[in-house]
Design a protein. Structure first.
Length: 129
C-alpha cells in the first residue's frame, strides 16, 4: 500500500499535499482499495468553502457510498474535472491523477492536526484486518 512521504493524512483516509498556501486533496490508496471500483464522485464547486474534518464530497463505488472529509479548511480554487467522466482514475492513481480538489488554505496551523506519513502507516497497521 502506497503512503507518499510528501503528503499529510487523516484517520478517515484522506491525503493532502501542501504547496505554499495551496493544498491538493484526495483519498488514500487504502481508501480506494477499501471502496473497490469507484463509479461516481460528486465534486463540489470552485469557490465553495471547506472546513477541516467536515464532509465536502461523496464517492460512490460498487460496494458503497462514502463521505470524504476535508483535511484542511479553505476555499476550493480548482477541481479535477477528469473525475466527472472517469472516476476510476481514483483507483488507478489516487495520489497523481486521482486528486479531487485544490484549496486555498485558511489556517496553516490546522496541519498540526494531521498525521505524518509515518504516523499514518502506524495507524493503518493498527486497523483490524
Amino acid at each position: 500500500m502506497s503512503v507518499p512521504e510528501n503528503c499529510l493524512y487523516t484517520k478517515e483516509h484522506e491525503w493532502v499535499k501542501i504547496d505554499g498556501n495551496l493544498a491538493t486533496i484526495g483519498i488514500t490508496d487504502y481508501a480506494q482499495e477499501s471502496l473497490g471500483d469507484i463509479t461516481f464522485i460528486e465534486l463540489p464547486g470552485i469557490g465553495d468553502g471547506v472546513e477541516q474534518f467536515k464532509e465536502f464530497t461523496t464517492v460512490e463505488s460498487v460496494k458503497a457510498a462514502s463521505d470524504v472529509y476535508a483535511p484542511l479548511s479553505g476555499k476550493i480554487v480548482k477541481i479535477n474535472e477528469k473525475l466527472k467522466s472517469s472516476p476510476e482514475v481514483i483507483n488507478q492513481s489516487p495520489y497523481r491523477s486521482g486528486w479531487f480538489v485544490v484549496i486555498e488554505i485558511n489556517d496553516e496551523k490546522e496541519k498540526e492536526n494531521l498525521l505524518s506519513p509515518e504516523k499514518y502507516e502506524k495507524y493503518l497497521e493498527e486497523l483490524p484486518k
